[in-house]
Design a protein around this ligand. Structure first.
Ligand SMILES: NC(=O)c1ccc[n+]([C@@H]2O[C@H](COP(=O)([O-])OP(=O)(O)OC[C@H]3O[C@@H](n4cnc5c(N)ncnc54)[C@H](OP(=O)(O)O)[C@@H]3O)[C@@H](O)[C@H]2O)c1
Length: 90
């Protein structure tokens, strides 16, 4: 289960790579962030949205299919940790 998938609507969504991938899909950075969390079977994503436009955006993100190039660019910008790390307390 992907918690906080849009990074609480903060700096994550201003990432140049996220914006570049989003432009390629005529999507928003938030939609790419949600689509990334949904890229693997068996994973669900639970963005919180009070704004109706955000709710609609996030729901539509389920239809976005990220390409291997998109995923490679996102992985390079946001490398996976090399060892176990504690999660931030939110
Ligand atoms: N069980 C746990 O341990 C745990 C821990 C952390 C989080 N969570 C869950 O994660 C969810 C929320 O956590 P979170 O608030 O930390 O992070 P989040 O879902 O990443 O961010 C929510 C914030 O992002 C904004 N937002 C939502 N969709 C957006 C979009 N498409 N574009 C731009 N901004 C967008 C929302 O604004 P608006 O409200 O104005 O739309 C809200 O301010 C909840 O479902 C929560 O239950 C659970």
């Amino acid at each position: 289960m992907a918690y906080s998938p849009v990074g609480q609507g903060g700096d994550l969504l201003r990432s140049p790579v996220l914006r570049k991938v989003a432009a390629r899909h005529e999507a928003t950075p938030g939609q790419v962030a949600v689509a990334w969390t949904l890229r693997l079977p068996g994973v669900i994503s639970i963005p919180k949205a009070g704004d109706l436009a955000h709710v609609r955006e996030n729901a539509a993100a389920a239809a976005i299919r990220l390409s291997p190039d998109d995923l490679a660019e996102l992985d390079a910008a946001f490398p996976a940790p090399r060892r176990k790390q504690g999660l931030a307390m939110l």
